[in-house]
Write a protein that binds this ligand. Structure first.
Ligand code: IMP
Ligand code: MG
Length: 180
């Protein structure tokens, strides 16, 4: 696996430190008033991030799973966001925190947050580990952002190429010849 990586962009130590900080930011935001908080990880890319993040949150929560697919084996753009498996938890009147791995064009998070808002939650906030500011749309506000990154294709810490490399502990840049 290591041979396929061009370089480490964000090390496991940096991720660990920043995830702790994000946890404290989120805990502070919901400290006084969280109306039955529901964490909604956007599967599959957020699995490792959300597992680490929620252990920094010192209050009770529900977890609602939702599977979304956009990149099907390619790193190229295009293709509508598909909600492959719908949320399995009631969110009406509750605070919702959507957790995703990366905000690229924003299509995924736009589609997901729009769907969730239709169910009348008390609030919907967005937490993303990575954001590519070059492309992220101005009309989609991410409330909590781990790192802004350049517009390069990254894998590891949950992020995949062809559904692989999710288990690499750092965030790394894939060698270009592998996806071109
Ligand atoms: P968006 O809809 O363009 O914001 O894309 C978001 C989704 O595309 C993410 O949840 C990822 O699954 C995938 N994605 C976007 N950029 C990357 C990348 O650099 N590496 C791996 N997956 C990515
Ligand atoms: Mg994803």
């Amino acid at each position: 696996m290591e041979d396929d990586l061009a370089k480490i962009l964000i090390s496991r130590e940096e991720i660990d430190r920043r995830v702790g900080e994000l946890g404290r930011e989120i805990a502070a935001e919901y400290a006084d008033n969280h109306r039955d908080l529901v964490i909604v990880p956007v599967l599959t890319g957020s699995i490792i991030f959300v597992a680490d993040l929620i252990r920094h949150l010192p209050f009770k929560m529900h977890i609602g799973l939702m599977t979304v697919s956009r990149y099907r084996g390619a790193t190229t753009e295009g293709g509508a966001t598909q909600i492959v498996k719908d949320l399995n938890v009631e969110i009406e009147g509750r605070d919702v925190l959507v957790v995703d791995d990366i905000l690229d064009t924003g299509n995924t998070l736009k589609a997901v947050s729009q769907q969730l808002r239709e169910r009348n939650p008390a609030s919907v906030r967005i937490c993303t580990l990575l954001r590519k500011p070059a492309k992220a749309p101005k009309d989609l506000h991410a409330d909590f952002v781990g790192f802004d990154v350049d517009d390069v294709f990254v894998v590891g810490y949950g992020l995949d190429f062809n559904n692989q490399y999710r288990n690499w502990p750092d965030i790394a840049v894939l060698r270009e010849e592998l996806y071109q």
